[in-house]
Design a protein around this ligand. Structure first.
Ligand code: NAP
Length: 247
């Protein structure tokens, strides 16, 4: 059995997930992170080794229950334990106006961002219930609160995620498990690098702090929710968006 708590971060090979993984490690967790391919898993493992991070990188395609099951088995084989913290970070965008959206853009986004949430949360919740402790932290988005033209598929998943977390939080509150969301505004990663310079400029103009956020801003909120300091917080969403949306 591991003495340190184990945190599993999906989609940790880059962007927000990588920052979360590094910050959880800095806060004393053994960290397990995933990428979708051998290549991204190896890049993550190299990054972890370079930074003396205690943990391991795995391959995961969150769209496949088989892949989730394999990850769960591999973790048990490697650590004789299961994650105390699950960070549901992996996600995609596939933007288009609804009128122009094709079926694959809609269904792939729903499959990756929301059906996978059911899949992976259920898998790792079972041992948390047995242990009567655990944390599930989901990365939603500011657009879940504001809506966004061209992102009806993505926004459906990110607002669904908040409802999912509130419901699950109520189901497992007496089992010592908390379920919360962190809702980022616009953060500088590969996901937002798809935007052109004038789109980025327009976005920054609308943010009271006049700039996009950095992945570490999100990681700090996740580390707080994973810490003992947040033990009485559940079903909540922490907005981290430079003032773009205020509850
Ligand atoms: P990113 O840079 O595009 O990274 C996405 C991560 O998810 C990568 O590690 C990728 O793995 C992984 N991934 C993609 N498809 C997957 C699948 N089918 N199974 C498992 N993993 C998969 O994204 P990001 O900007 O860091 O965003 C991280 C999360 O924050 C997402 O849920 C996103 O919706 C949310 N968010 C981001 C922003 C923002 O402004 N960036 C704002 C609000 C919310 P590979 O490297 O192997 O492809």
């Amino acid at each position: 059995m591991s003495i340190k708590k184990i945190a599993l971060v999906t989609g940790a090979s880059r962007g927000i997930g990588l920052a979360i993984l590094k910050d959880l490690s800095a806060n004393g967790f053994t960290v397990l992170g995933t990428g979708t391919s051998d290549n991204s898993k190896n890049m993550l493992q190299n990054e972890m080794d370079k930074n003396n991070i205690d943990g391991k990188a795995y391959v995961l395609d969150i769209k496949s229950q088989e892949s989730v099951n394999k990850l769960s088995e591999d973790i048990i084989n490697d650590y004789s334990d299961t994650p105390d913290i699950l960070v549901n970070n992996a996600g995609i965008t596939n933007d288009n106006l609804l009128i122009r959206m094709d079926d694959s853009q809609w269904f792939d986004t729903i499959e990756t961002n929301i059906n996978s949430l059911y899949r992976i949360s259920k898998t790792f919740l079972k041992p948390m219930i047995k242990k009567r402790k655990g944390r599930i932290i989901c990365i939603s988005s500011v657009v879940a609160s504001t809506g966004n033209a061209g992102q009806s598929n993505y926004v459906t998943t990110k607002s669904g995620m908040i409802g999912f977390c509130k419901s699950l939080a109520k189901e497992v509150a007496t089992r010592g498990i908390t379920v919360n969301c962190v809702s980022p505004g616009f953060i500088e990663t590969d996901m937002t690098n798809k935007l052109n310079e004038s789109q980025k400029e327009q976005i920054s103009k609308n943010i009271p702090m006049s700039k996009m956020g950095s992945p570490i801003d999100i990681a700090h909120a996740v580390s707080f929710l994973a810490s003992d300091k947040a033990s009485y917080i559940t079903g909540e969403t922490i907005n981290v968006n430079g003032g773009l949306f205020m509850q």
